[in-house]
Design a protein around this ligand. Structure first.
Ligand code: MN
Length: 376
């Protein structure tokens, strides 16, 4: 079967390295977004790519194959973390396998799969993330979730625990469909409507479409690594010659089509208690692994250790160091940046705070009057 595809990955404009990984080996495709200090994220996302590359066509049920491979990657990352002292590293994984007239999808985390069909974009995966849970239980709207400061906190990842639950689904493909797998570096910067518009504009050339998506995320700030995998079953690579005429036929057919998706796994909604537990577990993991953010305490800019989340009486962060920078004296854009509470390494948090000190002032006081700022 012909499957046209294109990929693009980019460090973005803020991060120092790219911890995303991808695999595009038709009929199998993968996007993975690694998390974890030091080189952990890269190791974790690279490991799921390595395990998925072991895929051999012609096995049993494709859904079972995908689940088995992701669970194998989970165990492998978990064990690597112990042997290499990279405890706490993990990765998202969103994998797609084209077989027959179906696309099989398996995922853990918040890297998404979408289908673009007839100008319409449909999300095929549910994020395993804190804000997605808050949307599902009605606490916040979809619009609030899109740019929520805590949108990068995931509640499920490969490599964190010895066992992991994988969501799987099967969906039928039609000629003209474009499937998109992407890391949250795209979706946290670019809304679904804009993704749909870009895919509609560039549908004749997947390479250009992939490049345009990455460029759009970078134009919005490129706060995270951006990875995009596009594939179009039933279309010969590399150019989608004749796609337009097929699409025209498809549009003509469209009125009477009775397309049905089948969800093949139980994706039971997490109860709030389970959510709290997931956040506690994940929050504790992050706390132990040197996650920091910049915030405000008693009017002064401070570095917090942990995650900027409160769930009822539970808080998942504490003040690590307070600076002499007065919040009210900062420019509005600087204040806004602080209130985003982005997760950072200690070094990054210190650089951010040091950046708020008025440079070049002779005899400027130390930014870290109380603690000396901890280790460098
Ligand atoms: Mn990411």
């Amino acid at each position: 079967m012909d499957i046209a595809f294109a990929t693009a990955t980019d460090t973005g404009r803020v991060r120092a390295s790219n911890e995303d990984a991808l695999l595009a080996r038709p009929p199998l495709f993968l996007v993975a977004d690694g998390v974890g200090g030091a080189t952990g994220g890269e190791v974790a996302s690279g490991e799921v790519r390595r395990v998925l590359a072991e895929y051999q066509p012609g096995g049993p049920d494709p859904r079972e194959q995908l689940v088995r491979l992701l669970k194998k990657a989970n165990r492998s990352i978990f064990e690597l973390a112990e042997t290499r002292g990279l405890t706490g590293m993990g990765t998202t994984a969103t994998a797609a396998l084209v077989g027959g007239r179906s696309v099989y999808l398996a995922h853990v985390g918040d890297s998404r799969a979408y289908r673009h069909r007839g100008g319409e974009l449909t999300r095929l995966t549910e994020d395993h993330s804190l804000v997605a849970e808050l949307v599902r239980d009605g606490s916040i709207s979809e619009e609030e979730a899109q740019f929520h400061p805590q949108r990068s906190i995931i509640t499920r990842a490969l490599g964190i625990e010895p066992e992991v639950e994988v969501d799987v689904r099967e969906t039928g493909w039609q000629e003209g469909d474009i499937y998109l797998l992407c890391s949250d570096g795209l979706t946290s910067m670019v809304g679904d409507e804009e993704i749909a518009a870009l895919l509609a504009r560039e549908e004749e050339n997947l390479e250009q479409a992939a490049a345009a998506l990455v460029a759009a995320a970078n134009e919005r700030g490129g706060h995270d690594n951006i990875t995009v995998v596009l594939f179009a079953p039933g279309t010969s690579a590399p150019r989608r010659a004749g796609a337009r005429s097929r699409r025209a036929k498809q549009r003509a057919r469209k009125g009477g089509s009775t397309f049905s998706d089948s969800l093949s796994s139980v994706r039971g909604r997490l109860l709030l208690a389970a959510l709290a537990l997931a956040v506690v577990v994940f929050g504790a993991w992050l706390l132990n692994h040197n996650v920091f953010y910049v915030g405000v305490q008693d009017g002064r800019v401070a570095i917090y250790q942990g995650v900027p989340v409160e769930l009822g009486p539970l808080a998942f962060s504490s003040v690590y160091a307070t600076s002499d920078v007065v919040f009210d004296e900062l420019e509005p854009y600087e204040q806004e940046r602080i209130m985003r509470h982005e997760l950072r390494s200690l070094g990054s948090a210190r650089r951010v705070v040091d950046g708020y000190r008025r440079d070049g002032e002779p005899g400027a006081p130390s930014a870290w009057p109380e603690t000396g700022g901890g280790e460098a």
